[in-house]
Every structure is written in structure tokens, then in C-alpha cells.
Design a protein around this ligand. Structure first.
Ligand SMILES: [Mn+2]
Length: 329
């Protein structure tokens, strides 16, 4: 039987669901939960929403985001839940300990787009699309139900987040037509962008300025460092360091961007981004970390200058050895 049909059957046969998504959620996780929950509630079903870490502040504009419960907020009402639905989550571990324990006792529907999904559900609907919210939209369409503007906005935010506003490699005609369809159904595209990208604290901009002013660019590598003193000078927090390495990568002619962050206890966190064919996950794993071809990281013990020298030398060698793209920019 077709998977969507199987899911539709379970959704119509039962009345009480719990919908969970991965810890440290972003818009695709929360958007999938909220969209699916709202459509089920419109059909008279009861839903409980769970996330180990709750909803990040920048997503509180999504309708229903205040209904997402953290582990210790799950009360008596979970006792008569019949079905668990897990969205945008490659592995049950990512629900957090208590979430995992509880969901394991239920019949599970697993809806996801991660290639490494462990197929932990009783029904697994895993497709390698750009965002899980695309699959939720597909399911709603399959069930012949109508997407209202709140569902549309929730699902659209998942697409914006997971394609980096249509900049990533995963952009294709399907995701664009799905996004277009959500706009037709009333998604508030502008408010998604404002909430996701235009509410940065000023301290984050100041920090970015401090870090970029001292950045270096040589041998197709652009790098910068962050020390606790710089963070303090900018009046910033650790959270404000998010996204800086991506800015470094935007440099013309850079193939690798590298950010060295000095942490307490003599540790340096190194983040890598690449373009034009350098696999930074190889560098990261050489230094005890990991990640993807274009985005990776590691934690190295030692003094900032020593770690910098070791990592940069390794990168220089890799770039020197890489003759695959002679006419790179
Ligand atoms: Mn996702």
C-alpha cells in the first residue's frame, strides 16, 4: 500500500496524537509539527506537541508555537495518546532521553527528509526533499484537505530555513512549486524572513564587525578568530557567534572559510565552510571532529596560535593538492 494512504488511514482511525521533533529545533522541525497539528485539530483530533528544548524565540511568531511542550511539561494527558508522529528527526535519540522513552511505547509514524534516517517508525515516510514541511504539505494535499494561512506560513518557514532562502543545492522545481503553492494559500513570506533573519541583536552585529575587521585571507583560505575578550568588547554572547563563518565563506576567491573560537580550558573550537570542491569534513575528522563536505567542525586542545598554525597548514596542503577545479574563482 502507498505510504501516504497508510498514514492517512492511521490518522483517520485514531483521535489522539503526540507530535515530536528533534532537539535544538529550527523552522523545519517546528513548522512541520505546527502545520500537521493544526490540520489534525481542524479535523477534530487531539494533538500534543513535544520538543525537548521547546520553541526558539525567533519562531514564536508561528501560530500555535506556545503549545509545544518540553519534557517536564508533559502531564497526565499523554496517558491516552494513541499514536506518535515524529517529524524532521533522523533518529529517535534526537527526541531527547525522556521523549525517546515515551515515544518508544507508541505506534510511530516517522516523517522525514534526512538521508541518514534510521527508519525507526512503524510507518516510515522518508523522502530526500529539501524540507520536511514539503512532505507535510504533500500529505495534506493527498488527504484532500485545505491549507489555511497559518499552516502555510509554518510550512513555508521550513522551506526557507532548510534551503537558506533558496540558496542551497537542494533548490529544485519541486520545492519552488511547493513554496509557490503555500504563498497562494496565504503564507506570510515577509514575516518569515523578518523573524528568521532580521531580528538579530545589535550585539551580534558589533561582534561580526570586530571579528571581520581582524580576518585574514591568503592561499584561498579566509580565517578569523574569536576570543572571550572580543565577545566581551562587543557586549555579545556565545550565541552571537553563530553564522560568522558563513559570512567568511562569501569572500570571492576563498575556497575554505575557517573560524577559530577560543573557549575556556585551553580548547579551540574550529568551524569550517567550503566551496569549490574542498571536503572540510576530512580536515575536521583529522582533528577529531566531523561534519559534511561543505560544513564541518572540530574541537582541538591547545593554544590558539598553535592550533591555527596546524589547521591552516593542513588546509594549505589540501588546497595545493587539489587540482580538480583549475578555473575556480
Ligand atoms: Mn529539516
Amino acid at each position: 500500500m502507498n505510504r501516504l494512504k497508510e498514514i492517512e488511514d492511521v490518522l483517520s482511525r485514531h483521535d489522539k496524537f503526540i507530535i515530536g521533533s528533534h532537539r535544538s529545533p529550527e523552522a523545519d522541525a517546528i513548522g512541520s509539527q505546527l502545520g500537521l497539528s493544526r490540520i489534525l485539530r481542524q479535523r477534530g483530533k487531539k494533538t500534543i506537541l513535544y520538543n525537548r528544548d521547546g520553541v526558539p524565540k525567533n519562531l514564536s511568531f508561528l501560530k500555535g508555537s506556545d503549545q509545544v511542550l518540553e519534557a517536564d511539561e508533559l502531564g497526565e494527558e499523554v496517558k491516552d495518546v494513541e499514536i506518535g508522529i515524529v517529524v524532521d528527526c533522523s533518529d529517535l535519540e534526537r527526541l531527547g532521553d525522556r521523549g525517546k522513552k515515551f515515544f518508544k511505547t507508541l505506534t510511530l509514524i516517522n516523517i522525514d527528509h534526512h538521508k541518514d534516517n534510521t527508519k525507526f517508525g512503524d510507518i516510515n515516510y522518508v523522502r530526500p526533499v529539501a524540507a520536511t514541511t514539503e512532505i507535510i504539505a504533500e500529505l495534506i494535499e493527498y488527504m484532500g484537505l485545505q491549507i489555511d494561512e497559518h499552516i502555510a506560513t509554518a510550512l513555508y518557514s521550513g522551506i526557507i530555513a532548510d534551503t537558506s532562502s533558496f540558496q542551497n543545492k537542494n533548490v529544485n522545481p519541486d520545492v519552488l512549486s511547493r513554496a509557490s503553492n503555500l504563498l497562494e494559500n496565504g503564507a506570510d513570506a515577509r514575516s518569515v524572513i523578518v523573524n528568521l533573519y532580521e531580528k538579530e541583536p545589535f550585539s551580534k552585529l558589533r561582534l561580526l564587525g570586530e571579528v571581520l575587521a581582524e580576518a585574514s585571507f591568503q592561499d584561498e583560505i579566509v580565517w578569523a578568530e574569536i576570543t572571550p575578550e572580543v565577545i566581551e568588547r562587543a557586549g555579545a554572547t556565545q550565541e552571537d557567534t553563530e553564522g560568522i563563518v558563513g559570512k567568511l565563506r562569501s569572500t570571492k576567491g576563498a575556497r575554505v572559510a575557517c573560524l577559530f573560537k577560543k573557549l575556556p580550558e585551553n580548547k579551540i573550537k574550529v568551524s569550517f565552510r567550503s566551496k569549490n570542491g574542498i571536503d572540510v569534513s576530512e580536515v575536521a575528522s583529522k582533528f577529531g571532529g566531523g561534519g559534511h563536505m561543505v560544513a564541518a567542525g572540530c574541537m582541538v586542545e591547545g593554544k590558539l596560535d598553535d592550533v591555527k598554525e596546524k589547521v591552516l597548514n593542513d588546509l594549505r596542503e589540501r588546497i595545493r593538492d587539489d587540482q580538480r577545479i583549475p578555473g575556480r574563482n
